[in-house]
Design a protein around this ligand. Structure first.
Ligand code: PAF
Length: 285
């Protein structure tokens, strides 16, 4: 696996690979890789001939009060994991390389609709930062396909909308969330939890499972279900941000006729904000 740090080098490597007729996959990450990221790389290997991963802690998607400086940078360990996972090329640019004109004046992409509400409400500007960096990475690497984890369900919806609305010739794959044995979704943020918080954390998934089970059992009073979920989060020791039931493809507020739903939750343990979601397929009436 080679590691490249400049756009120029990456473009040259991509041109060579394309010249060999290879199908290229991109797995964008912010590093501090865990088994969920490596599962994306392994899936990418199955779906393409040449796997490019990127590691870039994107300042544009962090709010002023968020953990940009604290965000773990673990390049050497990440390189080893990527190599083991079968990645062919790592793109690890600097902030100056990605934003040569500075961050203030950077052209930004706002994906309306799906960026609003849920995490978009708590993290203003976050999805604009994500859409902008992902569009840049797509333009730089020009992959045939790109893979993202379903754990960041709203992010995935934003990226699918970005690609559709801007006619990008890239196929997007959302891959299932990888979980610890106790159900906690793998996330770089889990590293911020102390032992006590870590023991509480799996309750987020359990509460989403309970909400899903109630939907499967025929409950359709979404407001009541969400209120119950929020209450359960609080009881478990979280400071809840949201728990919502949405239509899975559009992310609009669900209505009782919808069959493909997603239950999404976000909640704090101390200063750490955890998110998770669960898709629910209801049988037709
Ligand atoms: O999910 C992430 O790690 C980031 O939001 C992404 C997609 C790599 C963009 O910086």
């Amino acid at each position: 696996m080679i590691t490249l740090k400049t756009v120029r080098e990456l473009r040259a490597a991509i041109a060579r690979t394309r010249g060999e007729g290879k199908r290229i996959a991109l797995v964008p990450t912010m590093g501090n890789l865990h088994a969920g990221h490596i599962a994306l790389v392994e899936k990418a290997r199955q779906r393409a001939d040449f796997v490019v991963a990127s590691i870039f802690v994107n300042p544009l998607q962090f709010g002023p009060a968020e953990d940009l400086d604290k965000y773990p940078r673990t390049l050497a360990a990440d390189q080893e994991k990527l190599l083991e996972g079968g990645c062919n090329l790592l793109f690890a640019p600097s902030v100056e390389e990605m934003y040569p004109g500075g961050i203030q004046g950077q052209t930004r992409i706002a994906v309306s609709g799906v960026s609003e509400g849920l995490c978009g409400a708590t993290r203003p500007g976050h999805f604009e930062g994500v859409a902008t960096v992902v569009a840049k990475l797509f333009n730089i690497a020009q992959p045939d396909i790109a893979l993202f984890g379903e754990k960041d369900f709203q992010q995935l919806a934003v990226i699918r909308t970005l690609v559709r609305d801007l006619n990008m010739p890239i196929q997007i794959f959302g891959e299932p969330t990888v979980r610890a044995a106790d159900g906690l979704a793998l996330s770089s943020r889990n590293g911020y939890l102390n032992d006590e918080q870590r023991s509480v954390a799996p309750a987020l998934y359990r509460i989403l499972c309970d909400t899903s089970a109630a939907l499967q059992a025929g409950e359709r009073d979404f407001a009541r279900l969400c209120a119950r979920g929020l209450e359960a989060l609080q009881q478990a020791g979280f400071r809840p941000d949201y728990l919502e039931i949405r239509e899975a493809a559009s992310l609009r507020t669900a209505s009782p006729e919808d069959r493909r739903l997603v239950v999404l939750g976000a909640a704090y343990l101390g200063n750490t904000r955890l998110i998770d979601n669960l898709s629910v397929e209801l049988a037709g009436d």
